[in-house]
Design a protein around this ligand. Structure first.
Ligand code: HEM
Length: 364
């Protein structure tokens, strides 16, 4: 007997029957729509008020101009190469190899926190030091530190508004001078930073500054116990008594090259341990000065490299790239930094570094 319900050539495969195919295609369309929605949510397309990494980097570009191939903030800098020698003092608090092995190689970068690679070294009284420690097990610890003890604000939204207050007014091409004072009047959390910056002076050397993590992190021991910390690099080199920043725009890199020609430069890694009630999610607030401080070891810097061809050029000093034994806190600046640096990194590494005619990068 012939089975009339089957098409000639045998029964049709269930997945190819018309209603089932429509259902399946519909299902796929739903999954694609859900994924597109998730991307749009993360991108901020549903909420134009949502602060995105793109908006954060766009405002930096608006204020500083676009300098192809350069970082969108801390654009002027120099690579440094060296290593870290652990003292063993942080070992009881963290399983990270960097605190447990005698020596870990480091690629770093000193910089000026300005958006232009041509800013004079005296433009701001702040300097920065970023470091990438590469452990023997391949895990990395990346950190970007500033010479300020606290950040002006505690949230990415406030950081964005502060940048907006400094943006050029389309009518004049210059920032409106009333906007920054108005911003600070509305942001009392900036008082500790404003108090510090009142007396801060541009220093004559990268080698004599103290660099602070500003954000808080956790050290994690072998039992999983977490200790909130902030860290800083304190220089072992001293300024000559009464030294002030010299005239001229590019003295910092020359000074560094000169000092390294005479021998390595050393910094001590100090790790401050928070008490239980110290704020770990607000970089605008200092911790009391009497907190316990570990001397975790010594950073030894041996040579410089130009930033456009050196090893630091293609490093994104994302503060959330951390080895086992160090964790980020819930400070909202950390996630914003991580996402913003990635955006800046993608922009700069997809461009050819261009120096304007007449500008030459120093070749130490
Ligand atoms: C929401 C707040 C912040 C935003 C949007 C922001 C943005 C940026 C961007 C776009 C870069 C360039 C990254 C690259 O191209 O590799 C940068 C560099 C840097 N930032 Fe931030 N930043 C923020 C907060 C902070 C804080 C709190 C610190 C405190 C230590 C800090 C320290 C640094 C340092 C040291 C560098 C230079 C890193 C290097 O030499 O490559 N930033 N920042």
């Amino acid at each position: 007997m012939v089975d009339r319900s089957s098409p000639p050539g045998g029964p049709q495969h269930p997945s190819l029957s018309a209603p089932s195919l429509v259902l399946r295609l519909g299902g796929i369309a739903l999954v694609v729509a859900a994924l597109a929605g998730a991307f749009a949510y993360v991108h901020g397309s549903f909420d134009p008020q949502r602060l995105t990494p793109k908006a954060l980097v766009d405002v930096l570009e608006k204020n500083n101009g676009v300098h192809p191939g350069f970082r969108r903030n801390h654009a002027k800098g120099v690579c440094v190469i060296g290593y870290f020698e652990s003292s063993g003092e942080a070992r009881p608090y963290s399983v990270a190899q960097v605190f447990n092995e005698p020596r870990t190689p480091v690629v770093g970068r000193f910089a000026l926190p300005a958006g232009s690679p041509y800013a004079p070294d005296s433009a701001v009284p702040i300097r920065s030091l970023a470091l990438r420690f590469t452990q023997a097990n391949g895990q990395q610890w990346r950190t970007g530190m500033n010479s300020m003890p606290v950040f002006p604000v505690g949230t990415p939204e406030a950081f964005y508004q502060l940048q907006q207050a400094q943006s050029p007014d389309p009518a004049t091409g210059k920032p409106d001078p009333t906007k920054v004072p108005a911003f600070f009047a509305a942001h009392p959390e900036a008082v500790p930073f404003l108090t510090w910056i009142k007396t801060a002076k541009p220093s004559a050397s990268y080698a004599t500054e103290t660099y602070n993590s500003v954000n808080a992190f956790y050290l994690v021991d072998a039992s999983g116990k977490k200790q909130a910390v902030r860290w800083g690099m304190t220089p072992l080199a001293q300024d000559a008594a009464g030294a002030t920043a010299p005239e001229g725009s590019d003295f910092l890199e020359k000074d560094l090259v000169q000092r390294l020609a005479e021998g390595p430069l050393r910094f001590q890694l100090n790790i401050t341990l928070a008490n239980a009630d110290d704020p770990v999610n607000d970089a605008s607030k200092a911790w009391p000065a009497d907190r316990k401080v570990l001397n975790a070891g010594t950073l030894v810097l041996e040579k410089t490299q130009p930033q456009l061809s050196g090893e630091c050029r293609d490093i994104n000093y994302d503060p959330l790239v951390l080895p086992a034994g160090i964790q980020g806190s819930d400070d909202p600046l950390l996630a914003a930094r991580s996402a913003g640096y990635a955006d800046s990194y993608l922009r700069r590494t997809s461009e050819v570094s261009q120096l304007p005619t007449g500008k030459k990068e120093a070749r130490p």
